[in-house]
Design a protein. Structure first.
Length: 477
């Protein structure tokens, strides 16, 4: 330590010295030398700042024991950033930030089996030669939807990219202004079209587009008409859109193709399970769409994937595009999607077997019974800081499916109250639940933090870990 440092700063141990301590060596064995060295440097920088600000008062924080304890916390918090399970009590069933559709056990097992070792991913076991990774999925997709052909890529954005790049490179694609969607912060239809190498030809206005708008826009450079399902918003009031049937007849009359991006897209009519009707891929094909694209992990309830259905010659063209290779799915997706599609063979049992559909169709009475059982343990655990109430609420489907439609549900509302232990803010309460071994994610509403119980299946696991909340949050009897 150099002489001109203020005396308090001299208390800061060196990085080298800390790195050699046995408890830090143990951290290195767990987290790796580079992460621990970063954490040590960050910790020491913060310590120096506190010493400058608070002088001798901050000296206890400079002891090796205190530094090691802080390092352990930092590294443990960082490791929690690795993807892991959480309780989704946000009330949004297909939550993009929380990984969208939960997979059924069959699909998880299928993924595990192909991941363990070699598999017949691209090997034809009948003929004993090279096979195709898509043919199994294509068989299922065609049987379930009546499509002539099918292809599967990494996600629906990739499906749109591949379709446009293959069929409309350096040509015009006619789209309604009312359908130029943005989903999340990184998927904007106009940007994607530009990157796929085609030129967007916008027609109509935000709220109204007529058949003649499409007809007027078609010229020698037009290659496609595209219809995009407005996934995450509803245009209400004075509106007009052109249906798929009419668009198909205009497109086909001019020798063009109609492609429909369904976004969520389903393989069955959700109306049969008491849910609002969402356009199915089969309907779009029957209406004359030449290609239909949708996601595997939205309403379909499978792994992340982009599904493309449609006419055989068009699908064949897509397959020949070199981009296809860059967008293809891996064996785990093939295995999981194959297994989920298999469940669709028996649509009557789907709500019991497909977790996404089970959550979406869970009766409000069942959710309410669950809320009543959890009320006691939760309000007891928070008795010093909050009241817990059972409140009716509305779940959302999420991922842009059925925008504007809500599902009746029940939530537990945590309302902070004053008391000996203080009155923690909603932010503080939310962060304590996120810090649990299996983080719990709810949603804040004005004066309460809400747990919508629609997607809670592990009731016992939820209750057991309440013990890890701050002990002063429970009133002493
Ligand atoms: C969600 C969505 C997409 C993007 O799908 P990903 O599978 O997330 O890539 C594209 N178009 C529409 C209409 C969507 O709703």
């Amino acid at each position: 330590m150099s002489e001109d440092l203020p005396p308090v700063q001299a208390a800061v141990p060196s990085v080298d010295r800390l790195m050699r301590l046995p408890p830090v060596q143990a951290l290195i064995a767990t987290y790796g030398r580079a992460s621990v060295a970063d954490a040590v440097r960050g910790n020491l920088a913060a310590l120096r700042e506190r010493l400058t600000l608070r002088g001798r008062d901050a000296l206890p924080e400079a002891s090796e024991g205190a530094i090691v304890a802080r390092l352990e916390m930092t590294l443990e918090a960082e490791s929690r950033q690795a993807p892991g399970p959480v309780f989704n009590l946000t009330g949004t069933v297909l939550h993009t930030n929380l990984g969208r559709a939960p997979l059924p056990p069959e699909a998880i097992e299928a993924m595990a089996r192909v991941s363990e070792g070699a598999s017949n991913l691209e090997y034809d076991l009948t003929r004993g030669r090279r096979g195709d990774r898509e043919s199994y999925l294509e068989g299922w997709l065609c049987r379930l939807t009546g499509a002539e052909a099918a292809s599967v890529v990494n996600n629906n954005a990739a499906a749109v990219l591949l379709a446009l790049n293959t069929l409309a490179l350096r040509k015009e694609v006619v789209v309604s202004r009312g359908e130029l969607i943005e989903i999340g912060d990184s998927f904007r239809m106009p940007d994607l079209m530009a990157r796929s190498g085609c030129k967007l030809r916008e027609v109509g206005t935000t709220n109204r587009t007529h058949l003649r708008d499409y007809e007027d826009a078609i010229g020698p450079r037009t290659s496609l008409i595209m219809k995009v399902h407005t996934s995450n918003y509803v245009v209400e009031g004075f509106t007009a859109t052109v249906g798929e049937k009419e668009l198909a007849s205009v497109a086909h009359g001019q020798g063009l193709a109609l492609i429909v991006d369904l976004g969520s897209g389903t393989l069955v009519d959700l109306g049969r399970y008491g849910l609002p009707h969402e356009p199915t891929a089969t309907e779009s094909l029957a209406n004359g769409a030449d290609l239909v694209t949708f996601s595997g992990d939205k309403l379909l309830g499978g792994p992340q994937a982009g599904i493309i259905l449609g006419r055989k010659p068009l699908i064949a063209k897509l397959r020949r595009n070199p981009m296809k290779r860059a967008l293809r799915v891996d064996k785990m997706t093939v295995a999981a999607l194959g297994s989920v599609l298999g469940l669709y063979a028996d649509p009557d049992r789907l709500p019991q077997r497909l977790p996404a559909l089970r959550d979406l169709t869970r009766p409000a009475a069942e959710i309410e019974a669950l809320a009543r059982r959890l009320m006691g343990p939760l309000s007891d655990r928070l008795s010093a800081i909050a009241t817990v109430k059972l409140v009716p609420c509305q779940s959302q489907i999420g991922s842009g499916a059925l925008p504007g439609k809500r599902l009746a549900s029940v939530a537990l509302a945590i309302q902070p109250k004053g008391g000996k232990a203080g009155r923690p803010s909603l932010t503080r309460i939310a962060s304590a639940f996120r810090a649990l071994p299996k983080p719990v994610i709810g949603r804040a509403r004005e004066d309460a933090y809400l747990f919508d119980l629609r997607c809670l299946d592990d009731e016992a696991g939820f209750v057991a870990q309440l013990a890890n909340l701050p002990s002063k949050w429970r009133a002493r009897p």
